[in-house]
Design a protein around this ligand. Sequence first.
Ligand code: KG4
Ligand code: ZN
Length: 344
Amino acid sequence: MTEKRVVILGLESSCDETAAAVVANGRQVLASVVASQVDLHRQFGGVVPEIAARAHIENITPVLRETLAEAKLDHNAVDAIAVAYCPGLTPALLISVTAAKTLAWAWGKPLIGVNHIHSHLQSVMLEHAEEVFPAVALVVSGGHTSLYDCRSPVELKLIGRTLDDAAGEAFDKVAMILGLPYPGGPSVEKCGASGDPKAIDFPRTYLGPDSLDFSFSGIKTAVLYHCRGQNMLGENRTASMSEREKADICASFQKAVVDVLVKKTLRAAEQCAANTVLLGGGVAFNNCLRERLERACEKAGKRLVIASKKYCTDNAAMIAGLAYYKYIRGDFADLTLEPVASQK
Ligand code: KG4
Ligand code: ZN
């Protein structure tokens, strides 16, 4: 007997991407559309929540139409509507949460609320057919740096998190200090490509021999002091810095962040006796992190599964993917679902 195919429409607007996707059985992506707002926020050097929300309002209907057309489905073929309701920027989340509730009500479909950070792990599974659980997972995004002990897509135990800045946030702030364009992560990686990662010995914060938590505000401040002097009263040298000097700062900063991420992830895998390591989230786009974690896992005899680059940054395929596992558990939301800014 063949199992019924479950088709889920997912929506995502937690930050500066308006996204919709249709995914069958949690892994088969029938359509995935992402409208980026990078150009809108570039002039401000970061995401402005109210501007993001207004752009989501304009984008959500065309993105939705394009997604259903790409999937060659009409809404009758959709079994449920899923939406990322936390964590994120509240005004931004509100747009897709409202759209999802409206569609669920109008089309008479069940509604599923999904944690955006948990769904970054599902992005690992979208192009990976094999079973990956149990595993330890690192999610590195703009707002979160989290380690999970994972038994299944919906059985995740948070075992480590950042106490201050997230890894992506540190990349974004360092880009800002150096006057590199938003979004900062890709700019820092690009600028650092020609730099010497050993040029500057920026501090690594490990928080003790067993800790699985992270802290990246110290390294961000170290970059700031390096550029502006210890008392911040010195000349801001960034404008007159050579490309070579900026490249060395970026490469050294990136190496320090990656050193900590890799060490803590392997530490978590040891502590949880996990043989598989998963990596997802926007910072997982970074080649230095991908390569270094790959080498470390190989050395430690662990299997590493990384989200493919197109699903590292925010998208709705991961939302619809994770929602499938909630669907088969009957874990539905009702129309009182509200956006929640912080991680639950
Ligand atoms: O997961 P994501 O798309 O959005 C959030 O949920 O936050 O992650 C965005 C973060 C940003 O901080 C961005 O600078 C970072 O991912 N990022 C990178 C790279 N590409 C994106 N960080 C380092 N290297 C990259 N290549
Ligand atoms: Zn994200």
